[in-house]
Design a protein around this ligand. Structure first.
Ligand SMILES: Cc1cc2nc3c(=O)[nH]c(=O)nc-3n(C[C@H](O)[C@H](O)[C@H](O)COP(=O)(O)O)c2cc1C
Length: 168
């Protein structure tokens, strides 16, 4: 079963988080997961995927304009209806709008008819609320994104297990 992660990323954080999600997905037997930037997404692979996770940096507490434009112009080509959908964000600050970014991506996914999933509290700790958010906290030139590796991998694994339960 194919799964996809699609993201926009200008300085690498959201790309890194997406790679971790795909890595966690690939730990689940029978799953083949790939992560794509919107700049070189394999549309046919995404179309063939049973689940798609979409990620964005927080830009003024919104998804990036490039991701929004890409989703608007490519959304119909991806046959998203009926697929499992998830969302994640990276941000500089804990108060920087990561949850809002996720919420707007989930709203887009619901409009396209996707079945949205976060794991929520069903697995206990760490509770992944709407989706994972990584805070890079680089205000002091220190990028702490690496602290989030296990959390994003765990989200990818949980997402892939749910997709397998539903579709394999
Ligand atoms: C134009 C712009 C706007 C941003 N707005 C926010 C913001 O509102 N809140 C926040 O926490 N971080 C904000 N950031 C920081 C990015 O969300 C953060 O560094 C993110 O991890 C970058 O992801 P990337 O490395 O994948 O491009 C902004 C960055 C840019 C360039």
């Amino acid at each position: 079963m194919k799964l996809s992660v699609i993201y926009d990323s200008k300085t690498g954080n959201t790309a890194q988080a997406g790679a971790w999600i795909a890595e966690g997905m690939n730990e689940v037997a029978g799953v083949e997961a790939k992560a794509f930037s919107i700049t070189d997404a394999d549309v046919e692979y995404v179309k063939a995927s049973r689940g798609v996770v979409i990620g964005s940096p927080s830009y003024a507490a919104l998804m990036t304009p490039d991701l929004h434009a890409w989703l608007q112009s490519n959304g119909n080509r991806l046959s998203l209806a009926g697929k499992l959908g998830g969302a994640y964000a990276t941000a500089q600050f804990t108060h920087g709008g990561g949850d809002l970014v996720i919420q707007s991506i989930l709203t887009f996914e619901m409009v396209k008819g996707m079945l949205c999933y976060s794991g929520g509290a069903s697995f206990g700790m760490p509770v992944i609320h709407l989706g994972p958010v990584a805070i890079n906290n680089n205000i002091e030139k220190h990028n702490s994104i690496d602290l989030y590796r296990e959390y994003f991998m765990l989200y990818g694994k949980r997402f892939a297990e749910k997709a397998s339960e539903l579709f394999a």
